[in-house]
Design a protein around this ligand. Sequence first.
Ligand code: PLP
Length: 408
Amino acid sequence: MGFNTALLHQSAEGDVQTGATLTPIYQSSAFYQPSAEQHEKLFHNKANGFSYTRINNPTIVAFEQRMTALEKGIASVACASGMAALTNALLNIAGAGDEIIASTSLYGGTIDLFHDLETFGIHTIFVESSNLEQIEDSITEKTRVIFAETIGNPKLDVTDIPALADLAHRHGLPLIMDNTVATAYLVRPIEFGADVVINSTSKYINGNSDAISGVITDSGNFNWDVEKYPGMKEYKKFGKFAYTAKLRNGLFRNTGACIAPQTAFYNLLGMETLGLRMERACSNAAKLAEYLDGIEGISVNYPGLPSSKWHNVADRILKNGYGAILTIRVGSKERAFSIMNALKIPMIVSNIGDTKTLIVHPESTLSAHSTEQEKQDACVFDDLIRVSLGIEDIEDLIEDFAAAIKAS
Ligand SMILES: *Cc1c(COP(=O)(O)O)cnc(C)c1O
């Protein structure tokens, strides 16, 4: 099956009782049981069913199953936000005294999260994800996970996933990849060896920016060594599902990180058009990048341009396009603001992955809590504008950018 057919038909959908073609929103906090015996079984993982929406819910399950099929994993856990998904995915395997190795070019919120984890005794070492030698040198006995984004936001570096996965596995470590910017339309990290995949589904999966959520998808491929991951001991009996079972029976339910059933419904609806939207948004990005690349005084960063440092890796890793985000450097912060204020179609928004084109000045907003060194490492400069392309008509966008740049 092709990408779109599989997305629409691969996982069970709808409602068998009524024939509804969409899975309904089960707007219920709790689910009653026919007997006390059944209730007991449910609480001991000995029966299928639902008890409480913080733990699970039929609409949420439908969304999780579709995410699992999309990323070609074996199980998914849907969370209240991308940040909740990241927090749960990492804390499921790292605790006080442990270390994480993470890419320098991460989403600003994720860098903030790693700062927060220091308080809990988890230390993160930041290394450029293409610098395999330095990553290898940074691995110690305390390292528990390597973390990177498939396409860094807003650096737009493309991670060589097979090389990083190979390195991680040689040291008995799992690789967790944040696939938010690329989505499964461009790359399935699990196919290249990643062990766990995170999506902030608030972005392209939802598609319309109408709800916040995130998903953890497990490949089931990593063999958890109980010496190194003692918390995994009691979940070994779940075999390939050990990581997800630990999460579901522990941190995920106890931190109350659940997604709302209504959000799961919005995501199920939105993701039906993921392929179509990505196709148009990536094409718009490529055309706008090509247009802006020809303008003096503007430098464009887009993995699809041969001038991008990551163009060759992108050609090996990405399919169907080079992503829907580009950045431009325009010479000064004043000029960046002037162009942003003059643009009529793009909205000034901190988000990405909408049907509408969005712009942001990351240095003064998303990276406001980062140090100067972290900003430099993440290629966040004060004259940089990030553009997240939507599905508008490209002629209108190019005309708008031309006018705004001319007036600046
Ligand atoms: C937005 C984003 C997040 C955080 O997701 P939320 O749903 O906003 O919590 C994490 N990683 C990346 C790459 C993102 O773009």
